[in-house]
Design a protein around this ligand. Structure first.
Ligand SMILES: Nc1ncnc2c1ncn2[C@@H]1O[C@H](COP(=O)(O)OP(=O)(O)OP(=O)(O)O)[C@@H](O)[C@H]1O
Ligand SMILES: [Mg+2]
Length: 354
């Protein structure tokens, strides 16, 4: 039994007369106890709305939310034991760090003694004991973020939900906080769902990633498993980079990649292949023929784009040997797949737009 279960959750906003938008469409997802799940998807795909059905701030039109096997779909938010760090967390500016963390306990009329003890523990956990008496305005962005996390953890929730908690931080601090948050969650051992639309962040932070689009989960799994075996073109393009190539299957083989067998019938397909799985070959070799339209070297690697007459140029990423020159623009080259096992063949209908 999973710790958190979203079972076929649907939700529309709007009204019949003004037109309703379906934001969640029979969306299902399970999170095992103690694991960190990341919801990854483009803006507006329903990530925040799904989290809010677990916190109790949004009532689904259909479907069931379970926590520890118990149906909590109709339970009031304040009885759910769900800690929430919001997309735009705001600390109370007129309360000290300790005051901010204590706030939720005060609302619950926790005794003064217990409050002091729990606040001290939460501040210790996020490494802010020395800052307990400071005002939010005297803290760095990263410290404010840690106060927001302590404020959620002090209530000893069963699960922790973090909705894009690093939005307000600059790039360098973001990375430091990602690593810190990962360690903190491991220390507390709390089942967590984390929302982002940044794929690097998803890969750094999570045990599992759920890629979401249009109110549904497209694929769930450990980050590297999804990277290596994306189920759809959307997933391939959203986690890492991918070339989408129109190819033809004839006689059980992909014409452009003879080493790649196709088990389905003949016809048009889309080949999904990552830039690092393509290599430049001499003209006339099997594969695709085209001209170099872009080439740049980043020290040990090269990025080359080859126009093969498809909608977009092929992107090829290769390791560069010392002394090797870049191909000149306009040069005729061939492009080959390095490892056919790492390429993914999809029916054209599965390769919907990014
Ligand atoms: N209370 C609401 N009333 C009406 N529409 C809403 C409401 N909440 C969300 N929506 C709409 O539902 C859609 C999904 O919103 P949601 O906030 O879940 O997306 P998201 O994936 O979190 O996006 P972002 O990455 O931008 O935060 C959006 O089109 C949004 O405008
Ligand atoms: Mg959101």
């Amino acid at each position: 039994m999973a710790h958190i279960e979203f079972d076929a959750i649907s939700k529309s906003f709007g009204s019949k007369s003004f037109g309703a938008t379906r934001v969640l469409d029979r969306c299902s997802l399970a999170v095992e106890k103690g694991r960190v799940m990341t919801l990854l998807g483009p803006s507006g795909c329903g990530k925040t709305t799904l989290l809010r059905t677990l916190a109790g701030f949004v009532a689904p039109d259909a479907g069931t939310v379970r926590l520890g096997g118990v149906d909590i779909t109709d339970l009031p938010a304040n009885r759910r034991q769900v800690g929430f760090v919001f997309q735009n967390y705001a600390l109370f500016p007129h309360l000290t760090v300790a005051g901010n963390v204590a706030y939720g306990l005060k609302v619950r009329r926790t005794s003064r003694h217990e409050t002091a003890e729990r606040v001290a523990r939460a501040l210790d956990l996020v490494g802010l004991t020395a800052q307990a008496d400071r005002w939010p305005a005297q803290l760095s962005g990263g410290q404010q973020q840690r106060v927001a996390i302590a404020r959620a953890l002090v209530l000893e929730p069963a699960v922790l939900l973090l909705d894009e908690p690093f939005n307000a931080l600059d790039a360098k601090l973001r990375l430091a906080m990602q690593v810190e948050l990962r360690k903190l969650i491991a220390r507390v051992g709390i089942t967590s769902i984390f929302v982002t639309h940044d794929q690097t962040e998803a890969m750094t932070l999570s045990d599992d990633v759920a890629v979401m689009q249009g109110g549904r989960i497209e694929q769930v799994g450990p980050p590297l498993a999804i990277y290596d075996r994306p189920a759809t073109a959307f997933v391939a393009g959203f986690i890492g980079r991918a070339n989408l190539l129109p190819v033809r299957v004839a006689g059980g083989r992909v014409a452009e990649v003879p080493a790649l067998a196709a088990t389905t019938g003949d016809g048009a397909r889309i080949l999904v292949v990552r830039p690092e799985n393509l290599a430049i070959a001499g003209p006339g070799a099997a594969g695709w023929q085209g001209r170099v339209v872009f080439a740049s070297a980043l020290g040990p690697t090269t990025e080359i784009e080859v126009d093969i007459g498809a909608a977009e140029p092929l992107r090829v990423a290769a390791t560069r040997r010392a002394g090797e020159a870049l191909p000149p623009l306009g040069q005729a080259v061939g492009v080959q797949v390095v490892d056919p096992a790492g390429a993914l063949l999809l029916a054209p209908g599965d390769a919907h737009d990014r």
